[in-house]
Design a protein around this ligand. Structure first.
Ligand code: TRP
Length: 341
């Protein structure tokens, strides 16, 4: 009897994820819990491609020295948070020339009217009224290029980027409609868990590093004593019971943060703090956050002091990225009618 023939099943192909974050000097606890930490978790189940979006960053004026430092620090910090270059592709956007090239092409398939409707453009152009440059306007077509170059299936994004992703889908559809299937039309990926972390000073607003009140946000690289101070000053309400409730935005937010960093449910947190005051609770949340960021801060110190390692990693990332993205760019250009190089 011959051995039973085993059908070699091809393992299901992993879906591909693309996401990017701008290098803006600091990463807040909100960015970490809302975005980065989820990226880290996705690495085992998806084929992940991540980038530091430094081309997008010059839509607002950057000081060259600070900008350079911010790009490298962003790269090191993402590694410190757990982006693993043996599992995922991780590169710096400006190192891969296909992004700017496809962005130009997609600009010609994006309508003025569509870009005019982007709420982020409207917000940013009123904030930076002295520098409403064309890049600020065409920012979404560069973002579309980032995503479409890699034929990404899914794009993890925050609520503020939903409209941009929708536009990327429309651009892909339009191009595919004219030339035949060229780009994968990406879906948004909204992580199952991922509390939206709010300002510690005005919990009706999102935690944001652009908030002038530095006590309203925590940076992952804040010193432990700074983190403790910010949590002790966090706005609460006039009651005293640690529980989720209406009109208790501050406490709800702190419970959300506590739950995100410890993995405990809101119910168990409520039980744990029964009979204790807000002061005790705020201290406990601060301590939990300090513990969460401590290993990240330690790894960050290691990486940022090892420029050779960082360089090796981002070079490798850019090489991979170029290899994949070049194929898409070539395909799109061929369809348009460009002569092969
Ligand atoms: N625009 C995004 C932000 O500011 C960053 C970004 C650039 C991005 N390219 C992307 C996000 C592609 C997702 C996919 O948050």
């Amino acid at each position: 009897m011959s051995e039973e023939i085993k059908t070699t099943q091809t393992p299901e192909k992993k879906k591909r994820i693309f996401s990017a974050i701008q290098p803006s000097g600091t990463i807040t606890l909100g960015n970490y819990i809302g975005a980065l930490r989820n990226w880290v978790k996705l690495q085992d189940d998806y084929e992940c491609i991540f980038a530091v979006a430094d081309l997008h960053a010059i839509t607002v004026r950057q000081d060259p020295k600070i900008f350079k430092k911010n790009i490298l620090e962003a790269y090191a910090l993402f590694l410190a948070c757990g982006i693993d270059t043996s599992k995922s592709m991780f590169f710096i956007q400006s190192h891969v020339h296909t992004h700017a090239e496809l962005a130009w092409i997609l600009n010609c398939y994006t309508q003025f009217g569509e870009l005019s409707r982007m709420t982020q453009f409207k917000d940013k152009s009123s904030k930076h009224a002295d520098n409403v440059n064309a890049g600020l306007f065409t920012y979404p077509s560069l973002m579309a290029a980032d995503i479409l170059l890699y034929q990404a299936d899914l794009v993890p994004i925050g609520a503020d980027q939903k409209q941009h992703l929708e536009l990327a889908r429309n651009i892909a559809d339009r191009f595919n409609g004219i030339y035949g299937k060229t780009f994968t039309v990406p879906d948004g990926y909204i992580p199952k868990v991922g509390a939206r972390i709010r300002s510690l000073q005005d919990p009706t607003k999102k935690m944001s590093k652009s908030d002038e009140n530095v006590n309203s946000w925590v940076a992952i690289l804040d010193k432990p004593e700074t983190i403790m101070k910010k949590f002790k000053r966090a706005v609460t309400d006039s009651e005293s019971r640690v529980c989720v409730g209406e009109g208790k935005d501050g406490i709800n937010n702190l419970i959300g943060i506590m739950s995100a960093v410890t993995g405990k449910t809101a119910e168990s947190i409520t039980a744990e703090f029964e009979g204790k005051g807000y002061g005790d609770f705020k201290t406990a949340v601060g301590e939990a956050v300090v513990e969460e960021v401590r290993p990240i801060q330690e790894r960050f110190e290691q990486y940022i002091n090892d420029k050779a390692y960082l360089e090796e990693q981002y070079r490798k990332g850019a090489e991979f990225a170029l290899n994949i993205s070049r194929r898409t760019l070539d395909k799109a250009m061929k369809k348009i009618g460009y002569l092969p190089k």
